[in-house]
Design a protein. Sequence first.
Lengths: 150, 150, 150, 150
Amino acid sequence: MDRSQFKFKTQLRVRNYEVDWQGIVHNANYFLYFELGRIEYLKHLGIKLDISTIQSESKVVLVRNEVDYKSPARFDDLLDVYSRVSYIKDSSFGFEGLIEVTSSQLLVSENVAVHVWLHPQSNAPITVPDSFRQIVQKFEGSSVEMIGRK
Amino acid sequence: MDRSQFKFKTQLRVRNYEVDWQGIVHNANYFLYFELGRIEYLKHLGIKLDISTIQSESKVVLVRNEVDYKSPARFDDLLDVYSRVSYIKDSSFGFEGLIEVTSSQLLVSENVAVHVWLHPQSNAPITVPDSFRQIVQKFEGSSVEMIGRK
Amino acid sequence: MDRSQFKFKTQLRVRNYEVDWQGIVHNANYFLYFELGRIEYLKHLGIKLDISTIQSESKVVLVRNEVDYKSPARFDDLLDVYSRVSYIKDSSFGFEGLIEVTSSQLLVSENVAVHVWLHPQSNAPITVPDSFRQIVQKFEGSSVEMIGRK
Amino acid sequence: MDRSQFKFKTQLRVRNYEVDWQGIVHNANYFLYFELGRIEYLKHLGIKLDISTIQSESKVVLVRNEVDYKSPARFDDLLDVYSRVSYIKDSSFGFEGLIEVTSSQLLVSENVAVHVWLHPQSNAPITVPDSFRQIVQKFEGSSVEMIGRK
């Protein structure tokens, strides 16, 4: 994963209760951190995909979530959480995430999170709305890959 | 992922505080459920890989964790968590996990978790101990793949 | 707190990720355990006070929550979680909770949780419904104290 | 609880996964927030009472934890977490905490957390060390109550 491709970063500080009995951040918390990054990313781009979504005309669900652990984060570490939409397909899109320790730029972990756009009643996959596609492309430029759609 | 390959199952009940604002289990909790499954699996096989490990002659770290979300679990669902070591390589091994709703056998999610065996001081990858290899093979039989070692 | 006054018990097993860096259950998790006990208690009595409540004619909010820590619970401990409504006042009621290690009956912690019944629109305190009062009294008998109402 | 008595404040932002199905911060998370406040407080005063404590000459345990819920915090709220040691007795001391929404100064909740100093081997209560007493008194001045010791 190439950090230079990320245009958006948010920060968070590791809280004491996120650290496990080995003195390092418990592995499941990175999924929370990356999710936080995605939410901040969407907020930054002015995209609403949270609570309201499930009562609106379309909904987005997370279908796959991967983390590669590179180096543990520790209590009180300030972390840089990088997020970007890396590709948009016909009815799905992928987020990449990357976490570094702010002070040392030590790579902590990497994430891929795949989302699918569903019809809110039938739950059938639907085409990613053009509005979403355009907002992301405007922000990401050539670093977001558009697949299967002209 | 093929459920018939799993020889070990544990159960858990979804707790109220694991459910998010959509009324379904928050996506990060599945990683906790699968981890629980792995720990129960190791306990069942008499393998100690927990706290004590980090003070002993070798240590095991989680390097990769993937979940595919198939269908959401809900509050108070009783879940079957299946776990198995699916392969052992020279210095790493993989766990597969699969969660179903007990009552309906509805598939909830699938997990792959890759672990590496490290030297406790140098942190260099070391060969998976024969004792681990043998205990797993005895339990799993032909369903565990042995890679890169006779 | 007197264990003999409790007529309802549920059980749970301490999960690995609920244990902190001291090898014992993190202090905030007991609040989750006691909440679980209260929810099971209400379910056992056939009282619905969960999600649906906030969209119905009345709602109940938690206004105070206390825990006394007596002895730490540890990973994999099976715990007995006792719950009871100890009093009902005009617009509020109190839950008591008590946790013991199942195997040893070692006292782990005690909880008092105070709830107030509110008008769903105005948020003003309202009188606890007679139906709630009666169901609890039928189950608890003389061990629930009725205060300020004939 | 009187906010003007607090000399120390830290801030945190409510994370999405801390919000429950009612769209508000789950009640147990406030205990985590207050704990975070206490840890930052101790760090600010240069007092080490964390991991290392359990291997050192003395240890401190939390014996009682109370929260009064005043008004719910919501997703993305920035919160002011005020902390102070309000009293020191012979072998125990109490922390008070108070949380407000930063933007509105809306009172969210209040906390009292009682700690006891124990002998690390015998677990018997021991006298609070003078060094702790002095550091706190220097920082808090007359707002910390010294009880039962000249």
